[in-house]
Design a protein around this ligand. Structure first.
Ligand SMILES: [Zn+2]
Length: 121
């Protein structure tokens, strides 16, 4: 049996929904982050998930490919939206003052989510 002390549980990580790799919580909300499996993720408002997906798509596909993708009626990617990212963030906020600074860029009433996109084609 493994004993988990409070300091042994990594509380400030996110887990890739596609490959289950543990990754650090994004600290730059404007950046698109990459997992080693090729999936990309980004913090965005729950009310603007489509915008977030579009920004990630710009990282995953070239402009030419995007034009093609927008014209074909097939699923070209898997999208996962984690809606409880806000809760994770407030956990981390309590222990990381530098993140709090960034958080103020955003409307406090806006609920943040974590959007994951992985290419299928
Ligand atoms: Zn991954």
């Amino acid at each position: 049996m493994v004993a988990f002390g409070p300091q042994k549980v990594p509380s400030h990580i996110i887990v890739c929904p596609f490959c289950e790799t543990c990754l650090p919580v994004p600290s730059d909300f404007d950046a698109v982050y990459k997992c080693e499996c090729g999936a990309c993720y980004k913090v965005c408002s729950i009310n603007a998930v489509e915008k977030g997906v579009y920004e990630i798509a710009g990282e995953l596909w070239t402009e030419e490919e995007l034009t093609f993708i927008q014209n074909v009626p097939v699923d070209v990617c898997n999208i996962v939206v984690e809606k409880d990212f806000d809760r994770l963030l407030s956990l981390r906020e309590a222990s990381d003052a530098s993140l709090l600074e960034r958080f103020f860029k955003y409307n406090a009433d806006e609920k943040l989510g974590l959007v994951w996109v992985k290419r299928l084609i």
